[in-house]
Design a protein around this ligand. Structure first.
Ligand SMILES: [Zn+2]
Length: 364
């Protein structure tokens, strides 16, 4: 089983997509939440997942950053069905409230001709607290996380024997979820920001936790693999490193702070190298042997390039200095009006402008 994060951000983000992900195995896909809109479709495309191969979806709660993308899926399925280009059915699970919203909003937004495929090509399936379903060949149990903001369900999925993955939605763990979370090999949990940035992002006001909180909790519950998501997006370049550094202080298992479009193999715990080859992700978590070889080859190539750049710079400076000396010689001889002097002047200016380019790029 693999986990591909389509988005990893909180509700209002501009530097990444809202938290949603796909669990997949042997060509079967289970989409959990849809993010805030049509960005879902581009994320799926980038991840190499064809939208029409997703036949099972689950929406945790009604917030816009989770439900809107699913409306696009409904629209795509209904339109493809209308064209006769969609075979079989897709199933969307959610608690009663979510299903009712999806039904009513689709009804209001879609054309009548498209709407008639709801219930046929798209089955909207309400699930109750503790209800179990088989999804992509695995037992999934949905549970109410007891949110006080908006009714929200999480789920636990059996992976292999005695192995479970549990998703707590986008709110901190609470004891009502203990029977599902405790003993899970994989826990997907929100972390709004670093503990030291609490003053800045106010996670508690929004019913969210810090990296420290999430990690302490996971440690207490004996979790082996913790995936953090639903974060602020102010420093995406360094998020993985900063969050991992803080988290490692409180959590002794394997900590994952994936970027959008990263895939984790849940059997091995490795980041998936398929995505790496496509250049679509930038993981620096657990590395495979193959990665290290690639890195070594890349390192050598880059080193050679760097040496060539340095050599070029040295030659430019040498040439510039030599011209300068020749010009001074001519000046001493009173030959500043000669053709040679003028030629040297032109060449000197060329080298000077090359040197100033190095300066502009901070290489000098
Ligand atoms: Zn959210």
């Amino acid at each position: 089983m693999k986990l591909t994060m389509l988005g990893t951000g909180r509700a209002v983000v501009t530097e990444c997509y809202n938290t949603c992900f796909v669990l997949h195995e042997e060509g079967r896909y289970f989409l959990v939440d849809g993010g805030g809109g049509i960005g879902l479709l581009s994320r799926l495309k980038s991840a190499g997942i064809e939208w029409n191969r997703i036949r099972d979806m689950f929406v945790t709660h009604r917030h816009m950053d989770h439900i809107m993308g699913i409306l696009w899926m409904i629209r795509m399925i209904c339109q493809a069905s209308k064209r006769g280009e969609y075979e079989g059915e897709a199933r969307i699970y959610g608690h009663e409230e979510v299903i009712q919203i999806l039904r009513e909003v689709s009804c209001m937004l879609l054309a009548e001709k498209e709407n008639r495929f709801i219930g046929k090509s798209v089955k909207l399936i309400p699930v109750k607290d503790r209800e179990e379903r088989e999804i992509i060949g695995h037992r999934v149990c949905f549970f109410d996380i007891q949110s006080t903001k908006a009714k929200q369900f999480g789920f636990t999925m059996d992976l292999r024997e005695n192995d479970r993955l549990t998703c707590c939605g986008d709110e901190p763990y609470n004891d009502s979820e203990k029977e599902y979370v405790q003993g899970s090999r994989w826990l997907l949990h929100e972390a709004f920001c670093l503990a030291r940035d609490t003053e800045c992002f106010h996670p508690y006001e929004k019913h969210h936790s810090t990296v420290k909180d999430a990690c302490e909790q996971a440690e207490k519950l004996g979790i082996r693999n913790l995936v953090l998501y639903h974060t602020e997006d102010t420093d995406m370049v360094n998020r993985k490193q900063r969050y991992t550094e803080e988290g490692k202080l409180y959590f002794s298992g394997n900590l994952y702070v994936p970027d959008d479009l990263e895939t984790i193999c849940l059997d091995t715990g490795d980041f998936d190298t398929d995505n790496l080859e496509k250049g679509e992700s930038n993981p620096d978590g657990i590395r495979t042997e193959e990665n290290r070889e690639d890195d070594a080859a890349m390192g050598e190539k880059e080193q050679q390039r760097l040496e060539a750049f340095e050599k070029m710079l040295q030659n430019i400076q040498k040439e510039h200095d030599s011209i300068q000396r020749q010009m001074e010689d001519l000046k001493d001889k009173g030959k500043t009006k000669s053709a040679t002097y003028r030629q040297l002047m032109g060449r000197k200016m060329t080298y000077q402008s090359m040197i100033s380019m190095y300066e502009v790029y901070g290489l000098l």
